[in-house]
Design a protein around this ligand. Structure first.
Ligand code: HCA
Ligand code: CU
Length: 436
């Protein structure tokens, strides 16, 4: 009923002359802060790594290449791939993507282990994202290594990768449940040997925005390298956490298309774009091809056999649908009244609902115009009452509302000044012939 692709009835022209007239200046500027990177962040797109850990994901080589090319065209800074140590095909796919000559830098994600690092540098990647668990949970129940061992291995692996002329990031899994002193001294040590980025990962999705702000801000004071962040969405904070990380001085955000990843995934690329285009419109619009978002999400949704969630930012089927009469009226006058995002920025159109019991006459008036009919305001109000009367009896479709409008108009034409011959009988609009 309310699509986002511009094919449905009331879309398209509803913006009228105000369609692009969103705010001239941006009233949503973040609190100014010299460490904030909300206007200069980079994206590490991990659909082909974290996303491959999504329950439904199986990407064959062709699909991986298609996704990598699309993400590159969209403008992401980095594309992160599954470790070549995961399987022989993963290694070959990594090599194949490196050979595409994309603008985005290609990274692969490896355990903090020299064998994995050696395998990865042979694939032709631009850099390695090295990771190891640092929380007591993971140290005790996963790899069983202590902090001294982690630091020593980390330094060896980082120095090796750097000696090959590649970019290297070092990250701790489960950073928010790691001991803060352990974490900071480890990061200080890897910063000293010249790691390009350190990473903070909320592996279990437990962190709140304020905790993220505090940790990143503290880390910002300890290391001089870039700071990458990675947020799982178990408690629904993945976009807010990414935003707070940037405010606190993080430089890189990990995303995946539709947020796919382990469990319910990580910061979604589209949701992050929605957040950041409001905060930093010039930066986001000049850097990323926002018009490609829907196509990329559809591509990934199809590959992993899911639907785009109805309430997805930007591309959810009703993300730009306005229903209540009060909303519709204001939107038709000026879309900024009830829209913080402009659908046109994403190549999409808004939709003003005109087939419900909440419908107001302004929306119906627009629909009358779209159907190429003309009525006075009083007539539009009359036909609106009919639409609402039917919608009080049952849910109605666009076609129902259109047929009420058309037959009402027909009667006006045939018998100017006479009462319109449409009545609701047994919950259906019924045209009343003369005298019946
Ligand atoms: C995982 C690893 C990771 C790594 C994040 C990073 C996480 O548990 O699968 O490299 O920064 O969430 O900790 O995705
Ligand atoms: Cu993760």
């Amino acid at each position: 009923m309310c699509g986002t692709d511009g094919t449905n009835g009331a879309n398209g022209t509803n913006g009228g002359s105000n369609g692009g007239a969103h705010f001239r200046s941006n009233p949503y500027q973040p609190v100014g802060d010299f460490l904030s990177n909300v206007g200069s962040f980079k994206i590490i797109e991990s659909t082909l790594r974290e996303g491959e850990q999504f329950a439904n994901a199986y990407f064959d080589t062709e699909t991986k290449i298609k996704i990598a090319k699309a993400l590159d065209a969209f403008g992401v800074d980095y594309i992160e791939l599954t470790s070549p140590a995961a399987s022989e095909q993963s290694r070959k796919d990594c090599e194949a993507i490196c050979k595409l000559g994309l603008k985005a830098k290609i990274l692969t994600h490896v355990r903090c282990d020299m064998r994995d690092a050696k395998l990865a540098v042979e694939t032709g990647v631009d850099g390695l994202d090295v990771v190891i668990g640092t929380s007591s949970f993971l140290r005790e129940h996963s790899h069983g290594k202590d902090m001294a061992y982690i630091e020593k291995t980390a330094i060896e692996v980082i120095e090796y990768i750097k000696s090959k002329g590649l970019e290297v990031r070092f990250s701790s899994e489960d950073s928010f449940r790691s001991d803060l002193v352990d974490l900071l001294s480890l990061y200080r040590a890897v910063d000293k040997v010249g790691v390009h980025r350190v990473g903070i990962a909320d592996t279990v999705g437990c962190a709140s925005p304020r905790q993220v702000y505090d940790l990143v801000r503290t880390l910002r004071g300890v290391v001089s390298c870039d700071i990458e962040t990675h947020f799982h969405n178990d408690t629904g904070c993945s976009i807010a956490n990414a935003y707070c990380a940037l405010e606190a001085g993080a430089t890189h955000i990990d995303t995946s298309v539709l947020g796919i990843g382990e469990r319910n995934g990580i910061t979604p690329l589209g949701g992050l774009m929605a957040r950041m285009v409001v905060t930093s419109p010039e930066y986001v619009k000049s850097k990323y091809k926002l018009h490609m978002l829907k196509e990329i999400e559809d591509m990934v949704a199809e590959a992993v056999e899911v639907n785009t969630p109805f309430n997805n930012p930007i591309t959810g089927f009703c993300a730009f649908t306005h229903k209540a009469g009060i909303h519709a009226k204001a939107i038709l006058n000026n879309p900024s009244t009830y829209e913080i995002l402009n659908p046109a920025d994403f190549g999409l159109t808004r939709y003003v609902h005109f087939a419900s019991r909440l419908t107001g006459w302004n929306a119906v008036k627009t629909r009358v115009g779209q159907l190429g009919l003309s009525m006075t305001d009083d007539q539009v109000k009359e036909v609106t009452a009919k639409i609402k009367a039917l919608a009080d009896v049952r849910p109605i479709a666009i076609d129902d509302a259109d047929s009420i409008i058309r037959s009402f108009h027909l009667t006006l034409h045939e018998q100017p000044g006479k009462a319109p011959p449409v009545e609701i009988r047994n919950g259906e609009p019924v045209e009343i012939a003369n005298g019946q």
